[in-house]
Design a protein around this ligand. Sequence first.
Ligand code: IMP
Ligand code: MG
Length: 186
Amino acid sequence: MHKDIQEILYGEDKIQKCVAELGAQITRDYKQRVDSGERLMLVSVLRGAAIFMADLVRAIDLQVEMDYMAISSYGNGAKSSGVVRILKDLSSEIRGCHIIVAEDILDSGLTLKYLMKNLASREPASIEVATLLRKKTLQQAKIDCRYIGFECPDQFIVGYGLDFAERYRNLPYIGVLKPEVYAGTT
Ligand code: IMP
Ligand code: MG
């Protein structure tokens, strides 16, 4: 285990099993529509969710497109600033397409709330959210998440795409960061 990690919450096997189940669920839910020629696209929010989406698409047994957006809501600190900016937009046209937004973690929900509104204005056929983690926190924007991997404790966690100041994204597991690592930065 990495020296900055206090505790592993979800190990590699647990994450893979969870992603496989989410993929199977999505396959069941969209099979009919995709088989009749409708488009399905997974959209991930860079950078954290790219790792989750890369695994998730491989667990979906349907024709599926991938696209990316980059949004900033966090600085390098551990708390959401509530300020959301589009840094990179989708490359594809999504009108009439079934969209699933793949998120790494839902915390305040501010990022996702903004993103959903933005995507909805482009008139996709439908829009759902698949989040690997949802933090159990009191202050969370109301968001309908169709697919949720894990309900996680309200602690600052890293790994499997999640970072602290761009570090730890490449850890294959998800763990709680030792508070002394980010002390003084929030
Ligand atoms: P929200 O707008 O507060 O829901 O923030 C969502 C984004 O904040 C996620 O996509 C992550 O990039 C980041 N985030 C929230 N909680 C954590 C955490 O515990 N560790 C690392 N990043 C986090
Ligand atoms: Mg981040």
